[in-house]
Write a protein that binds this ligand. Structure first.
Ligand code: SF4
Length: 451
C-alpha cells in the first residue's frame, strides 16, 4: 500500500532536473491550471536548491505536494513538455514531489510572509482544494480569511477520497496546516445554512467564496440496491484511510460499477487489499470512460477485470437478503447475464448540490447541470460579492483545476475589495533558451540514452 511511484532520490532528482531545456515560453507552464513556473523550479533543483524550488511551486499552488501525486501529469505539464514529442518528457510530477517533500520533511517554511492586514474579511464555504487555494492567496494579500467546513477534517477528497496507493492523508493534512500558517482560520464541523445562514455570511463578511464541491455518491436507482453488501466507492476508500487495513471489509468477489477515476481507484484498491476477483463494470465502451487511460492500464496491471457496455438492471439477492450479484443487460446485443459478487461498490458519480445552493442563495444562478454559473476569469456569480469555484462550479474536474479557480477568485476578490490588481502568485520571468522545436540546436539528445 505504499505510494505507487517511489520518490526520487537526491541524485535522481539532480540528474532528471539537468535534462530540462528551460524553455522560453515553456508549454509546461501553460498546461498547468495554477501556472507553476516549472522550468524555474526545475532549475533550482538542478542548482541544489530544493527549498527554492518548493517556494516556486507552493507560491503558485499551495497544494503542490498533493497535485504532484494526483495530477494527471501525462495530460497536463508532462504531456506538454517539448521532449515528449520525440523522447520522454521531464518527470515534472516526481520533481515537484521531491521539492515539496523536501521542505515538508524538514519543516522548512518557504512562503513569503502575508502582506499587512487590509481589514477585509472573507468567508470561504468548503475546505477542499478550491477553498484552500483561494484562502492561501487571499491571506497572503493581507485579508482575514475564515473557511467554514462541514466535515471534521479539512482538505476535501484529497484527505480521505484518494486511493491510498496514490496519496496518504498526511500529505493533504500537511497542506491544510500550511494554509493555516498563513493566518487562515479553518472552522470544521460547521454546517452553513443551519449553524450560519447566508444572511449571516453576507452581513459579517466582505466577500464569500463558495467551494462546496459535489454531493455524496449517486445511486443506481434499480431494484435490490438497498441492502447488505452495497456501498459507495468513496465510503470504501474513506474506510481505507480511517481504519486499520486489516479491519477494512473486502469481499472475495468485488464488483465496482462506474467508469471514472474513483471507480478505478476502488477496483484497484480492492484487488490490492486481497479481493480474489475485482471487476469493473461500465455501461458504455472503454473509450468513453472518463477515467484516464493510464489509470485503466494501472488497474489492469493489478489483475482487475473490466467489462463494458454493461448496463445494470437489478441487484440480485439470495433468499436471506445477502448479495448474490448484479444483473446486466449488454448495451449492444441486449443479452442479459448475472455477474456474481459479494461486495458491490458504486462509483457512478457525485450529484450536484443544486438543492443546497438554492436553499442557501435562492437567487443564485445555476446552469442546467446544477452548477453555479460563474465568470470563468474571476469566479464571480450572479450575486454581489459572492464568488464560486471548484467542482460546484465546473461540475467536477481535477484538483489542480479547483486550486486554479480558487486562485482566480482570490485575485478578483482582492480587486473588488481594494481596487488593486495583485500580481499573479506565480512568475515566469527567466532568460529564455529556445527548445529544439525552435531550431536552436541547444539540446543534447544524449539524454535519451539515459532513459
Ligand atoms: Fe518544461 Fe521545456 Fe523543461 Fe519540458 S523541457 S519541463 S517543456 S521547460
Amino acid at each position: 500500500m505504499e505510494e505507487i511511484h517511489a520518490p526520487l532520490s537526491d541524485q535522481a532528482a539532480l540528474a532528471e532536473s539537468q535534462h530540462c531545456l528551460y524553455c522560453y515560453d515553456a508549454p509546461c507552464i501553460h498546461a498547468c491550471p495554477t501556472g507553476i513556473d516549472v522550468p524555474t523550479f526545475i532549475k533550482r533543483i538542478a542548482n541544489g536548491d530544493a527549498a527554492g524550488a518548493a517556494k516556486t511551486i507552493l507560491t503558485a499552488n499551495i497544494l503542490g505536494a498533493s497535485c504532484s501525486r494526483v495530477c494527471p501529469t501525462e495530460v497536463l505539464c508532462e504531456g506538454a513538455c517539448v521532449l515528449s514529442h520525440e523522447y520522454e518528457p521531464i518527470q515534472i510530477g516526481l520533481l515537484q514531489r521531491y521539492a515539496t517533500d523536501y521542505v515538508t520533511a524538514r519543516g522548512i517554511f518557504v512562503l513569503d510572509a502575508p502582506a499587512e492586514a487590509t481589514g477585509f474579511h472573507v468567508a470561504i464555504v468548503g475546505a477542499g482544494p478550491a477553498g484552500l487555494g483561494c484562502a492561501a492567496d487571499l491571506a497572503s494579500l493581507g485579508h482575514h480569511v475564515v473557511i467554514l467546513e462541514k466535515e471534521v477534517e479539512a482538505g476535501g477528497l484529497n484527505t480521505r477520497g484518494v486511493a491510498y496507493y496514490k496519496m496518504k492523508p498526511r500529505v493533504s493534512l500537511d497542506e491544510v496546516r500550511l494554509v493555516e500558517s498563513l493566518g487562515v482560520e479553518i472552522r470544521t464541523g460547521v454546517n452553513v445554512g443551519t449553524d450560519l445562514t447566508a444572511a449571516d455570511l453576507l452581513s459579517q463578511y466582505d466577500a464569500i467564496f463558495v467551494a462546496i464541491g459535489l454531493g455524496h455518491e449517486s445511486e443506481l436507482g434499480i431494484p435490490g440496491e438497498v441492502g447488505a453488501g452495497v456501498r459507495s466507492a468513496l465510503d470504501f476508500i474513506r474506510d481505507i484511510h480511517e481504519m486499520p487495513l486489516e479491519s477494512v471489509s473486502i469481499g472475495k468477489t468485488v464488483l465496482v460499477i462506474g467508469g471514472g477515476n474513483t471507480a478505478i481507484d476502488a477496483v484497484s484498491q480492492a484487488k490490492r487489499l486481497g479481493a480474489t476477483f475485482a471487476t469493473l463494470a461500465y455501461r458504455r465502451k472503454e473509450d468513453q470512460m472518463s477515467a484516464y487511460a493510464f489509470e485503466v492500464a494501472l488497474a489492469r496491471a493489478t489483475d482487475c477485470r473490466m467489462i463494458f457496455e454493461a448496463k445494470p438492471v437489478e441487484v440480485v439477492r439470495h433468499g436471506n437478503g445477502g448479495l448474490a450479484g448484479v444483473k446486466f443487460i449488454h448495451a449492444s446485443s441486449g443479452k442479459e447475464w448475472i455477474e456474481p459478487c459479494d461486495q458491490l461498490l458504486l462509483a457512478i458519480g457525485q450529484p450536484k448540490q443544486d438543492h443546497f445552493l438554492k436553499s442557501l442563495f435562492p437567487s443564485l444562478q445555476l446552469d442546467a447541470r446544477g452548477c453555479v454559473v460563474t465568470d470563468p476569469l474571476t469566479g464571480r456569480t450572479s450575486l454581489h460579492k459572492v464568488f464560486a469555484g471548484g467542482d460546484c462550479a465546473n461540475g467536477g474536474m481535477e484538483v489542480v483545476n479547483a486550486v486554479g479557480e480558487g486562485k482566480k477568485a482570490a485575485m478578483a476578490i482582492h480587486h473588488m475589495l481594494t481596487g488593486k490588481t495583485a500580481a499573479p502568485k506565480s512568475q515566469n520571468s527567466r532568460c529564455g533558451i529556445a527548445h529544439p522545436a525552435a531550431g536552436a540546436g541547444l539540446w543534447n539528445p544524449i539524454r535519451s540514452a539515459t532513459h
